[in-house]
Ligand binder design. Structure first.
Ligand SMILES: Nc1ncnc2c1ncn2[C@@H]1O[C@H](COP(=O)(O)OP(=O)(O)O)[C@@H](O)[C@H]1O
Ligand SMILES: [Mg+2]
Length: 251
């Protein structure tokens, strides 16, 4: 089977008065329907990896394939959810939801309303973003990504700006949404617990230039519940990852 995403030997340096080597021979494969997390220290090059996959920047070396097609430097192949909600304040929630569809040329308002309801936000169609909480706005932004036809989702610390309780709620909510529409997800976080709780597989990155220090297959069944965070297997894994990140830091 063709991988959903295949990154081969990606190398990138930001040129300036001081060159910054961000990636040096990075390879990643994501299968169809898999939830994979990039976990690494801040500044290690995670968002740069997303910008490369999204075609916003072109790598110095290496190749990016989506569904087997080489996409280096081309846009429009992924759906992307940034850390801060990216809703347009002058458009209603529903109009925000169909924005990506407008760009893609086929608007389906019925489907947008159905997903809004499924997301627990029925009744907010005509509201404006500034009347919703941060968590609600991020739900809308996520639904908008689900409504786009691209089957690969890149989520860059999507809960980073939310308070801790909202964040836990959002993790469960996102997993529930994802279970009904199993897209391939590449998720970025610097939270070890979040990585374990959400993912099928975790790729632990070193400080820049980012390399994969270790790949971890997460052993928990789905659907997940927050109870697992109290299990021995969970706490052991958390400790293992913590030590790996700390070692990676001191190299
Ligand atoms: N457009 C850019 N130009 C120059 N340097 C950049 C650019 N984008 C990111 N960097 C640098 O590359 C490194 C990795 O950044 P980033 O990918 O944002 O890390 P992360 O998302 O893991 O926190 C940082 O040192 C950052 O300052
Ligand atoms: Mg980042």
């Amino acid at each position: 089977m063709t991988a959903k995403l295949r990154i081969e030997d990606l190398t990138h340096t930001f040129k300036g008065t001081q060159d910054i080597d961000v990636l040096d021979g990075l390879s990643i494969t994501i299968r169809d329907g898999e939830f994979v997390t990039l976990l690494g220290p801040s500044g290690s090059g995670k968002s740069t990896i997303f910008n490369l996959i999204g075609g916003l920047i072109e790598p110095d070396q290496g190749d990016i394939f989506i569904d087997g097609k080489r996409v280096n430097g081309t846009r429009g192949n992924i759906s992307y959810l940034p850390q801060q909600d990216s809703l347009l304040p002058w458009r209603t929630i529903e109009d925000n939801l169909v924005l990506v569809q407008e760009i893609n040329g086929s608007v389906d308002r019925k489907r947008a309303r159905k997903w809004l309801k499924r997301a627990g936000l029925g009744g907010y169609e005509d509201s404006y973003p500034n009347t919703l909480s941060g968590g609600m706005r991020q739900r809308v932004a996520f639904i908008r990504s689900l409504l786009s036809p691209q089957q690969l989702m890149l989520l860059d610390e999507p809960f980073g700006a939310l308070d801790e309780l909202t964040r836990l709620d959002m993790q469960d909510w996102l997993l529930k949404m994802w279970e009904t529409d199993r897209r391939s997800v590449l998720f970025i976080t610097h939270s070890i617990e979040e990585a374990i709780y959400m993912s099928d597989r975790i790729l632990i990155l070193s400080d820049k230039p980012a390399k994969i220090i270790k790949e971890i297959q997460v052993p928990f069944e789905r659907p997940r519940h927050h109870d697992i965070t109290l299990e021995d297997t969970f706490t052991k894994l958390r400790r293992e990852i913590y030590l790996l990140l700390r070692e990676g830091d001191s190299q």
